[in-house]
Structures are given as structure tokens and as C-alpha cells.
Design a protein around this ligand. Structure first.
Ligand code: PGA
Length: 253
């Protein structure tokens, strides 16, 4: 059985003070209201990680980072390595969020290197993939997503792939209020699970979590999260408000 995962990606939002406030509200709400085994992850800006890590001590809530550099260390001013993230207590790292693919021109080949850095430090990558509206309208969404997964992940061994979490995030649904329908999501998640099965075998494929992200809110979470192959959510906007985030968590817990 795959443990459900709900991750909140804060993106470039919240001052340190507001970030600490939100993290501590979530920590206490989770301890009061959530008893089932769900992996809950907060993904704040880099500057907040160490402080939030201290604040989360003793909580089941885990910490993730929004990105890392593809090299191990060195003269890369302004960048953060997977090793540094590990040293502040991060467990998960987002790799290939569409906002980075688009605004930072991150390619699948570059993302494959980031995946390697994350894994070699014993951290878990959350690998994001998804098609744009134009790609979907042209009927290319399956092909595009398959390519993102093949080029980003299929160099991994059977052992390594089991430490990867995938997140399907159709670009047209992120921050737009336009959610993919549960049927569209389930079809894509099933397709990806089949591709993982062809490459790594059914048992491994069935053990890998595939999250959905893109305008998931308390009012649509239940429909999405009850699909067979949707194992959790990567939440942007609704993760900035503790009650909304908790309501999404409680949909599966
Ligand atoms: P959204 O963002 O929930 O605001 O659409 C999701 C994401 O980008 O991870």
C-alpha cells in the first residue's frame, strides 16, 4: 500500500515571520486533528528551512526544498546543493517544477542530474512533470509526459526509482483555478504507472507514489484523491492557508 502524501509548496511567498506562523499552526493542527498515517510535507523558501526544521522537531510533518543545483558543490554563487539541504534537515526536494522548467529553462537532461544529486545525499526527489495547454490541445499530452519521465528518471536503477515520488502537474491547471478533471488525472496517472511498470516491473511501479498538483483545494480534493492512481497532492495556493491545507489533508486522513 502506498502511504498518501500531501505536500505544500509555498513557492516565493511568506516572510520568515509569516512562514514560522504558518508552519507552527500546521504542526499543531496536524497533531490535534490528524491520526492516520499520511506523509505531510512543507516546502518553504530556502531561507526558512533551518528555522522551520527546528520548529517541526517532534512533529510528523516533514520538510522539503523547492529546488537544488545539479552539481555537488563549488563556485555557483546563489545556488544551493542537495548536500547543504541535507545538512539543514530536509527530507524531500522538488525537481522539475514547471515554473522552473519554464522560467529557468530547465531541461529533462539537467533535471536528471539534479535527481542524481538528491538521491546520492539520501534525500527523496519529488519529480514534477506535466503538459502545457497547447500540448494538450494538440493531443500530445501522453507523449510529452512520457518523454519528461523517460529523460528525467529512466537512467535510475530499480533500487533508486523506489525513492522517487512523481507529481503530475498539468501546467494549465497550476495557479489558474482550473483543475484537471478526476478522469483526466486518473488517465494520466494510470498511463505513467504503466510506463513505470514496463520499465521497472509491476511490483515496483505499484509502490511508487504519483501526486497530482494544480489548483487542488478543499472542495475538489476528495474527488481527485479518491482516484485509484492518485496518491496525494502537491498543493500551491491552498497550502498558504493552514485551515485549507488541513482540510485537504483530512480528505484522506
Ligand atoms: P497551485 O500550485 O495549487 O497553486 O495550482 C500547485 C503547484 O504548483 O505545485
Amino acid at each position: 500500500m502506498r502511504k498518501p502524501i500531501i505536500a505544500g509548496n509555498w513557492k516565493m511567498n511568506l516572510s520568515l515571520e509569516h512562514g514560522f506562523g504558518l508552519a507552527s499552526e500546521i504542526k499543531w493542527m496536524v497533531s490535534d486533528e490528524v491520526s492516520s498515517p499520511i506523509e505531510i510535507i512543507l516546502i518553504p523558501p530556502f531561507t526558512h528551512l533551518a528555522g522551520i526544521q527546528s520548529l517541526l522537531k517532534g512533529s510528523v510533518v516533514k520538510l522539503g526544498a523547492q529546488n537544488c543545483h545539479h552539481e555537488k558543490s563549488g563556485a555557483y554563487t546563489g545556488e544551493i546543493s542537495a548536500e547543504i539541504l541535507k545538512s539543514v534537515g530536509v527530507t524531500y526536494v522538488l525537481v522539475g517544477h514547471s515554473e522552473r522548467r519554464i522560467y529557468q529553462n530547465e531541461s529533462n537532461a539537467l533535471l536528471a542530474k539534479k535527481i542524481d544529486r538528491v538521491l546520492e545525499n539520501g534525500l527523496k526527489p519529488i519529480y514534477c512533470f506535466g503538459e502545457t495547454l497547447e500540448q494538450r490541445e494538440a493531443g500530445n499530452e501522453f507523449e510529452i509526459n512520457l518523454m519528461q519521465i523517460q529523460e528525467g528518471l529512466f537512467h535510475l536503477t530499480n533500487l533508486q526509482i523506489q525513492n522517487v515520488i512523481l507529481a503530475y502537474e498539468p501546467v494549465w491547471a497550476i495557479g489558474t483555478g482550473q483543475t484537471a478533471t478526476a478522469q483526466q488525472c486518473q488517465a494520466m496517472h494510470k498511463f505513467v504507472r504503466n510506463a513505470l511498470s514496463d520499465k521497472y516491473g509491476e511490483e515496483i511501479s505499484n509502490s511508487i507514489s504519483i501526486l497530482y498538483g494544480g489548483s487542488m483545494k478543499p472542495n475538489n480534493a476528495n474527488e481527485l484523491l479518491s482516484c485509484e492512481d492518485i496518491d496525494g497532492g502537491l498543493i500551491g495556493g491552498a497550502s498558504l492557508e493552514s485551515r485549507a491545507f488541513l482540510e485537504i489533508i483530512k480528505t484522506i486522513g
